[in-house]
Write a protein that binds this ligand. Structure first.
Ligand code: ZN
Length: 105
């Protein structure tokens, strides 16, 4: 289980969601790296019971994900996934948009 994030090939900074160019160095060459885990920095429970978490990716950006399969709290390290097709316990679902500025249909 992992989530795909964008890695700048020039300066090595990582981004999610994907950028058209690197805001740090201005280059536009990226690779995709798979991140296995992130640390819960904060949680929010919505009125419908959905648990959202702000997650700090070690060496990378913070992302917001939906906690699925159980509970999580500050300091927990959760597996990340870009899909909801798994039943492997507690993990954070981080929706992936494969392209930036994609056509709306
Ligand atoms: Zn860069």
């Amino acid at each position: 289980m992992s989530a795909a994030i964008q890695n700048c090939l020039n300066c090595g900074n990582r981004f999610f969601p994907a950028r058209l160019f690197c805001p740090d160095c201005g280059q536009e060459n990226f690779s995709t790296v798979l991140v296995e885990h992130a640390d819960v920095a904060e949680t929010t429970r919505l009125a419908d019971g959905t648990l959202l978490a702000t997650l700090k990716i070690p060496g990378g950006p913070s992302v917001v994900g939906r906690v699925t399969g159980g509970q999580a709290s500050y300091g927990d390290r959760l597996p990340l996934a870009n899909n909801l097709d798994t039943n492997d316990g507690v993990y954070a679902y981080v929706p992936l948009r494969s392209t930036v500025n994609e056509e709306q249909q």
